[in-house]
Design a protein around this ligand. Structure first.
Ligand code: GTP
Ligand code: MG
Length: 61
């Protein structure tokens, strides 16, 4: 297993916080990254947390 991790590189866990003004497509961009298509949004109350799992990367947005 250690050999495989060395060969492929360890899986990385990254957290990104997006801060912008209201109604400036934050949710739209995240939805597009997560689902691969544009979706109708409603104003976010509080915060959205999404995870994108890639072979070598877990991305928390
Ligand atoms: N013209 C235009 N409108 C867009 C685009 N992407 C999203 N919108 C619209 O912009 C509006 C706001 O999008 P959201 O993604 O909900 O914005 P938000 O920043 O998450 O908004 P809050 O959660 O209320 O802060 C929605 O009506 C979307 O349909 C774009 O590329 N062009
Ligand atoms: Mg939003």
């Amino acid at each position: 297993m250690a050999f495989l991790e060395k060969l492929l590189g360890k899986k990385k866990h990254v957290m990104i916080t997006i801060c912008r003004l209201d109604n400036t497509e934050k949710t739209s961009v995240i939805d597009y990254l997560v689902h691969g298509e544009h979706r109708q949004t409603i104003p976010t109350i509080g915060v959205n947390v999404n995870t994108i799992n890639l072979p070598k990367l877990d991305l928390n947005i």
